[in-house]
Design a protein. Structure first.
Length: 199
């Protein structure tokens, strides 16, 4: 389900104009059979209700637990390293039309803050002492005619330490975390309540 970076850079997402100084790390696709062009809000509702990190398989939960433990031990996630302190929120960069659009929501189980939400894309951000990260979600017509979810992860490392941190977690991210997210989010789409689908 991993895609080339051009699968993100080749589409006219609004995030390109907002965060040109961020590095694109990964692009991932999620199967959402039967999805139509207007189903992006239903997909977002399904994935935000899918349990977050606590709903992932044991190996991925273990990695998240280790990360939170290290963060607590070394102060990576202290308030003075987060949005509005170490870095400014991307919401301060938004053009007027996106400032007036809904920011969207994320549940407490997901450590990202919403930036903006449109009918076919949304952006969420997280900052700590290692990195400033953007989670970009897009809704794209697939080769089979349905629409599918695309996830792009963009980063701005915090100096050399941030670069080393990202390099260290790369194999765990690609071999364990993303495949686990794929299964979780695709299952969330298949099992979404009918009321969400019709919303």
């Amino acid at each position: 389900m991993r895609l080339p970076k051009t699968a993100h850079t080749g589409l006219p997402w609004r995030i390109h104009e907002i965060a040109p100084d961020f590095r694109l790390m990964d692009v991932w696709a999620f199967r959402t059979p039967g999805a139509g062009p207007d189903d992006f809000p239903a997909m977002l509702a399904a994935l935000w209700n899918s349990g977050g990190p606590d709903g992932l398989p044991a190996p991925a939960r273990f990695l998240f637990a280790v990360r939170w433990r290290l963060g607590a031990l070394f102060g990576w996630d202290e308030p003075d390293a987060s949005l509005g302190t170490r870095v400014r929120s991307l919401r301060e960069r938004l053009p007027q039309d996106l400032r007036e659009a809904p920011a969207g929501t994320t549940p407490r189980s997901v450590p990202f803050a919403p930036v903006y939400e449109l009918p076919d894309e949304s952006a969420h951000e997280l900052a700590n002492r290692t990195v400033h990260t953007i989670l970009h979600l897009g809704w794209v017509r697939s080769s089979g005619g349905d629409h599918e979810l695309r996830m792009a992860v963009l980063v701005k490392p915090n100096g050399r330490f941030g670069d080393r941190y990202l390099a260290a977690i790369r194999p765990f991210r690609r071999l364990i975390v993303y495949p686990a997210l794929t299964r979780q989010w695709e299952r969330a789409w298949r099992n979404r309540p009918v009321a969400e689908e019709r919303a």
